[in-house]
Structures are given as C-alpha cells and as structure tokens.
Design a protein around this ligand. Sequence first.
Ligand SMILES: C[S@@+](CC[C@H](N)C(=O)[O-])C[C@H]1O[C@@H](n2cnc3c(N)ncnc32)[C@H](O)[C@@H]1O
Length: 236
Amino acid sequence: MAQKKLQRFAEIETFPNVLIYPENMPGAWASHFGNAHPLTLELACGKGDYTLGLARRYPEGNFLGVDLKGNRIWRGAKTALTEKLPNVAFLRTQIEKLTDYFAPQEVSNIWITFPDPFLRKSKARKRLTHPRFLALYQQILAPGGAIHLKTDSAELYHFTQYVIAATGCTLLEDIPNVYALNPVPELLRIQTYYEGMHLADGRTIRFLKFALPAEPINWRAFKPEPEDEAAAEGEH
Ligand SMILES: C[S@@+](CC[C@H](N)C(=O)[O-])C[C@H]1O[C@@H](n2cnc3c(N)ncnc32)[C@H](O)[C@@H]1O
C-alpha cells in the first residue's frame, strides 16, 4: 500500500471527528456532537464535499459523511478540523450496516452523492437507491426526512425514478439537468470531487429528492423494470 495511504489510515485513527466501525452509537449521536441538532448523512461521501458544504451553510445541523474508504474520509475530516467545523464527523463503515449505528428516527436527512451506478443487473442490489437500501433508510430516518440523490448516471437516475414509483415513495424534486437551471439552487451548487470530473467530461448532472412511504418497504417483492431486465440480457 502506498506510504501516503498508510499514513492517512494511521492519522484518521487519531482524528476526533472520525469514527471507525464504532460500537454503541445508536442513540448516541447527540452526545457525540454535544447537541441534539438534526443529523444529516452523506452516504458514499468520498472526500465528504457535501458533508462540509452543508455544515458550513447550516451551523445549526450536524453532518456525518459515511464511506468505506479511510483515505478519502481523511481528506474531509482534515478539512473539517482545519476549519474548526464542530458539526462535522465521518463514519467509516459499509452502508449496508447503517442500522448498526443509528436508532430509529435518529437521522433527519440523507444525501447520496455520485454513488457507483452498478449498471449490471446482477449488481442492481448494490445501487444505493435499490429498495433493499430504502428499507434500511426507513429504519433510521425520521418522519419528514428526505433522500437526496445527485448523480451523473442517466441509468441510476431512471432506475431511481422507477423505484420511487414502485415502492410508494413521494417524489419531491426531479431535476434532469441541474446546471440548466438558472439560477442553480444554492444547495445543488455544492460540488463533489467526482462531480468535478464528470462536469469536465461534459456529463449531465441529475437530482432527485423523495420521501419514503410510511409502510415498510417489502424489497424482496420488488420487480425490476422490464427494460432493466432486457438491458441486462444484452450484457457481456
Ligand atoms: C464514485 S465515489 C463518490 C464519492 C463522492 N461522493 C464524490 O462525489 O466525490 C463512490 C464512493 O462510495 C463509496 N462506497 C461504495 N460502496 C460503498 C458501501 N457499500 N459502503 C460504504 N461506502 C461505499 C466508495 O468508497 C466511494 O468513495
């Protein structure tokens, strides 16, 4: 492993704003932040650009970036420490394990920023807006909370539109081309590392905001869109 990566892994162990596979966290986030402000998660946060951007704009909220990769989390955590942002933290874990870390209704909002689209149907269950994940989010999200997805992937955007309808979610915002808006809404102006690369490649940035249904999502009964099946059959 590269020396720099090893150094960053060692350093995040010492950062007060990074929790690595922590224990006993459900119900303890208010005590971690020292206040009971609403908690927003950024899933697949990478370097935590939305976590930082939202935290700077909303000192009255707490913001937690979640990602598996310690060296990426290091970047966001280091910036938060340098800027002395008390309302930022990072959680290193698998998103699949979210319910190990939060009590029911402990989370107020979820942002999912440029997640891997997992285009193959055989990997569809890994998409962070698959009903399997929505059922997890239901277990931690407070009533009135919303999911915000920002993506460059037309496939993930259409898949998520389909999932929203198929699972009884409520679509709150649907923006097929964020930067065609004039003005671009304040919160959507925050740009992530991956977003910068996609914009440089001329890709269209899309946004969906939706609320989860009150009834538990039975994700095992989820039937993929017929076109998704057809596309998968054409895969090699
Ligand atoms: C394409 S990057 C996007 C990073 C960042 N949001 C951005 O826009 O720059 C996707 C991120 O998701 C993380 N990731 C993918 N699957 C994950 C999982 N199951 N649990 C936690 N993190 C995951 C990866 O480590 C990676 O940092």
